[in-house]
Design a protein around this ligand. Structure first.
Ligand code: NAD
Length: 310
């Protein structure tokens, strides 16, 4: 029993609309439309997907992110449960309650919004989430499976970027891909996924000696550092595909990416804006992971519950 969701032709049409801009908002909307149909199919079989969102403390950005995620669930017909803990919550009672949430029969996916206060070590918390409900894809088993080939649930940002590339007909095979940033949630899994897609991948980070030389070689460039304007537009190789993951609040209150957008746009064949590029894809992919987790629990094909074409 499989649950098929074809990304075609909706996401492709969305991606093709505005070159060189790669409009993550439009592609994410197309993906969400496909997911909404899958949610209704699951609900029709008596299984409405349910996502539990856990937040600790009063970090403003975390509060905003959780609000976005709740809204995305609502739009798709996914049920969401939001549990908020005080910043000084006792470690043992937090973990006990998290265990209870994870164990709930009606919960398909569990997400603990990061960062956490120092007395709640992230590694330990993430490992309490059952791998089949780990919709962020951060559990070591899911990350290990990603290394081994393919995980059922993969980190949302890099997976969303792969969806974006596919929608834009960017084939990584044989291309020289450069990933700047090596975090566990973006850079590292991104490099794995690009390698899996047959790109030749270079990973750069804060100790990379000649970043400019690496960037100038990149046919596909993914930048995920959080250093606003780190990559000048003049470094971009003519015709490169540029994916800007970074989000920084600038002095004038606007949001900026890691790439100098205006000049990079003149050289790139495709480029994601900030905001409106990778961010919407991350949230839509979280929804995709939630539907995947729910479909697996509802008895659809465990290996690949959603067949995303092509
Ligand atoms: P992180 O701080 O965990 O990692 C940053 C990485 O950048 C590190 O590997 C570091 O070595 C590298 N780096 C820092 N300065 C550098 C420099 N000068 N030269 C080369 N490399 C450098 O960050 P993260 O969690 O991976 O997030 C990165 C950025 O992406 C942040 O702005 C974050 O807000 C954003 N982000 C966006 C989304 C989204 O959905 N759009 C999702 C996750 C993260």
């Amino acid at each position: 029993m499989t649950l098929e969701i074809s990304l075609e032709p909706l996401t492709r049409a969305a991606a093709a609309a505005t070159p060189p801009l790669l409009d993550g908002r439009a592609v994410a909307a197309a993906l969400r439309a496909q997911l909404a149909a899958a949610v209704e199919r699951l609900a029709g079989r008596g299984h409405r997907p349910t996502l539990a969102l856990v937040r600790v403390g009063d970090d403003e950005a975390s509060e905003i992110y959780v609000r976005f995620k709740v809204r995305a669930c609502r739009e798709l017909g996914i049920r969401s449960i939001h549990r908020h803990f005080e910043a000084d919550v006792d470690r043992d009672s937090f973990l006990d309650e998290l265990d209870d949430i994870v164990a709930r029969e009606d919960v398909d996916g569990v997400l603990v919004q990061l960062p956490l206060p120092p007395h709640l070590p992230e590694e330990e918390v993430i490992e309490r989430i059952e791998p089949g409900k780990d919709v962020d894809g951060f559990h070591p088993l899911n990350l290990g499976r990603l290394m081994a080939g393919r995980a059922r649930l993969e980190p949302c940002t890099p997976r969303g970027i792969m969806t974006l590339l596919r929608a834009a007909d960017v084939l990584p095979l044989g291309r020289r891909a450069v990933v700047i940033g090596r975090s566990r949630i973006v850079g590292r899994p991104m490099a794995q996924m690009l390698m899996r897609a047959d790109a030749t991948v270079t990973v750069c980070h804060r100790h990379t000696r000649d970043l400019e030389a690496e960037v100038r070689r990149a046919e596909i460039l993914v930048v995920a550092t959080g250093v606003a304007g780190l990559v000048p537009g003049s470094w971009i190789r003519e015709g490169a595909v540029v994916i800007d993951v970074g989000i920084t609040r600038l002095e004038d209150g606007s949001l900026g990416g890691d790439v100098e957008f205006e000049r990079a746009r003149d050289r790139a064949s495709r480029i994601t804006p900030v905001p409106g590029g990778v961010g919407p894809m991350t949230v839509a992919t979280l929804m995709e992971n939630t539907v995947r987790a729910a479909a697996t629990r509802a008895g659809f094909t465990p290996q690949e519950p959603l067949t995303i074409a092509p």
